[in-house]
Design a protein around this ligand. Structure first.
Ligand code: TEU
Length: 592
């Protein structure tokens, strides 16, 4: 294990800068604010900070619409502030990665302004322009019938040059044309090397499997006319040249710096499609995020994303198991995460956030789950204190995200109150807004200690007096202290938790979640006997029976050791192999 790269056992922590810490009282988080909280992150056990986009941007999609890759959006600070952030991270033994958004730019980026200035401009082909089609009535229609991610068509008409441009996301986010070599070289030079030369340690790479579009621009079948559902992502995900592009990007702008990369992969069919992206021999990406588990509950496809679809624990387990085991016997690697800035809060989705007692218990079980899974662990800001979804009483005006707004607007336009109510219900569980509200630092100051502005850019959660860092710090039963403790255990037993093999146990029980981790290391003095851990969790408010721990671990009673129970926070209470599991209790047993 000594030879493994740092990022495998490292704990990554995603900062959503607008909502982390505001240092200058404008109601919007900033880089100096983040710097002032680096000690907090270091104490938590974080090894690498992933900072969501801070580049200059009109903020139509919270910075995932970049206007200038080489300057910083003024409310966040300056390029020098990023330099300071890098060195302050390094001083504490932490790394820093930035968010690389190069599938598209903002409509205000100079490249696009040039591209749209005339059909003969030298940057015309840096974006994807197509002539219109005409229907039988002679009306102008877009080149294809594709629907994009934000409940709108993927084409916008440009009056001046009489062509459509492609955008998978909002009309303000035109897609770059990766087929154009000059454009690719500008990406490597102006966005990647620019920041690596300044000392950042790598990138989280946005929408990494969407750079190579299919070459034929043709209509896709509409599978459900009610929603205009269609398999359009097949036209732009994992396209014909995607692996060539990624290898080139890595060779030109990541490998020479030893930079770490984690790519965002969506709309993947299964592990066999994921593996090529992360197989070490192929020299593409170090890691990727695969979304099948985190997408549970979403309507899926296009149109009905926010029509909530209930699912059961066995389905969740299946997704987890698939992406725990697909790397076995390969040179690939996997990641572990259950939150990010594009999804609802884990405790509200997978745990029990509504009753105060079960909120803390289920938050700790989720921590125990994440910390015992194989791969690189990513935490999202606020997950470590069990932050929850926005209150159900909040209305659509409290949702700021372009995607939430578009889907809601789409539902309104349909004229169906049923669709409107279903969409609102889905948003209450799944919206990207839930993870974007201000971070809760304490229960006494204005705006939970996030900002001393009169007004913050998003509303502060009603429960901030209960759920905040100050209240949990030093309380051994708290979610935060549980995370701190279990991250230490994860590193101490990295052979089991980070690198171990994963075996799920057949369990018909809808509320119990059991798996075994096995290390490649022998138990001391017992050649051939591997170190093992049994993880058992009760994902419900009712008591659940335990399994036969000895049998599961294949050892004698005196060899079983209870490493941790989530029940009383960090307290461990000796060997109790048969006791039933209390509501939302999780345990880890070891075979030595
Ligand atoms: O998201 C890409 C993506 O495809 C989805 O995960 C996205 O969250 C959307 O909800 C799909 O319905 C990335 C960023 O993480 C996201 O915040 C951006 O909005 C998007 O790219 C566009 O840059």
């Amino acid at each position: 294990l000594g030879k493994e790269p740092w990022w495998k056992a490292g704990v990554f922590y995603q900062v959503y800068p607008a909502s982390f810490k505001d240092s200058n009282g404008d109601g919007w988080g900033d880089i100096p604010g983040l710097i002032s909280k680096l000690n907090y992150l270091a104490d938590l056990g974080v090894d690498c900070v992933w900072l969501s986009p801070v580049f200059d941007s009109p903020q139509q999609d919270m910075g995932y619409d970049v206007r200038d890759y080489q300057s910083i959006y003024a409310p966040y600070g300056t390029v020098e502030d990023v330099d300071t952030l890098t060195s302050e991270c390094h001083k504490r033994g932490m790394k820093l990665i930035l968010d690389l958004v190069v599938n598209h730019t903002s409509i205000e980026h100079i490249w696009f302004r040039e591209s749209r200035s005339s059909r003969t401009n030298s940057k015309r082909n840096w974006y994807i322009w197509k002539p219109p089609r005409y229907n039988e009535k002679g009306e102008r229609i877009p080149p294809t019938n594709w629907r994009g991610y934000f409940a709108c068509p993927t084409w916008t008409w440009d009056e001046a040059t009489q062509e459509y441009y492609l955008h998978l996301y909002a009309p303000d986010q035109p897609d770059l044309n990766w087929e154009n070599k000059e454009c690719r070289e500008a990406i490597y030079e102006d966005t990647m090397r620019f920041w690596l030369d300044r000392g950042v340690d790598g990138f989280r790479i946005d929408t990494v499997n969407k750079y190579s579009k299919r070459t034929e621009y043709v209509d896709v079948p509409v599978t459900d006319p009610r929603w205009e559902s269609q398999p359009a992502p097949e036209m732009w995900c994992n396209g014909p040249r995607i692996h060539e592009f990624i290898r080139e990007m890595t060779a030109q702008a990541l490998a020479p710096y030893g930079a770490v990369s984690v790519g965002e992969l969506s709309n993947m069919a299964g592990p066999t499609d994921v593996l090529p992206y992360v197989s070490a021999a192929r020299r593409e990406l170090d890691m990727v995020f695969e979304f099948s588990m985190i997408r549970l509950g979403t309507g899926g496809g296009f149109g009905p994303k926010y029509i909530y679809r209930p699912y059961t624990l066995p389905t969740l387990k299946e997704h987890v198991a698939r992406f725990q085991t697909f790397i076995e016997g390969t040179d690939g690697w996997t990641t572990v995460f259950c939150e990010n800035h594009d999804n609802g809060r884990a405790v509200s989705r997978f745990g029990d956030a509504s009753s105060p007692g079960l909120w803390a218990r289920s938050s700790r079980v989720l921590a125990l789950w994440q910390a015992t899974l194989t791969g690189t662990l990513f935490l999202y800001q606020g997950q470590e204190i069990g932050m929850v979804n926005m209150p159900e009483t909040w209305g659509i005006e409290d949702y700021k995200d372009v995607e939430s707004r578009s889907f809601y607007e789409d539902a309104l336009q349909s004229g169906s109150t049923e669709l409107r109510d279903q969409t609102m219900n889905g948003l209450r569980i799944l919206a990207r807004d839930h993870s974007r509200i201000p971070f809760q630092w304490d229960g006494n100051s204005k705006h939970a200690g996030f900002s001393d502005a009169d007004e913050t850019w998003m509303r502060v959660h009603d429960r901030y007096k209960d759920i905040n860092v100050a209240r949990q710090t030093g309380d051994p039963g708290s979610v935060l202290e549980f995370w701190r403790h279990i991250l230490k255990l994860r590193k101490h037993f990295a052979d089991l938790f980070v690198y171990g093999s994963f075996r799920s146990r057949e369990d018909a029980d809808l509320n119990r979640y059991v798996y075994i981790k096995e290390s490649s290391i022998d138990i001391r003095g017992r050649a051939g006997v591997k170190r093992k851990a049994l993880v058992i969790m009760n994902w419900s408010k009712d008591t659940q029976s335990c399994v036969d721990v000895r049998a599961a671990l294949g050892c004698q009673e005196h060899e079983v050791h209870l490493l941790i129970t989530s029940l009383d926070g960090i307290q461990t209470n000796g060997v109790e192999t048969q006791t039933a599991l209390g509501p939302w209790e999780g345990r880890v047993y070891l075979n030595f």
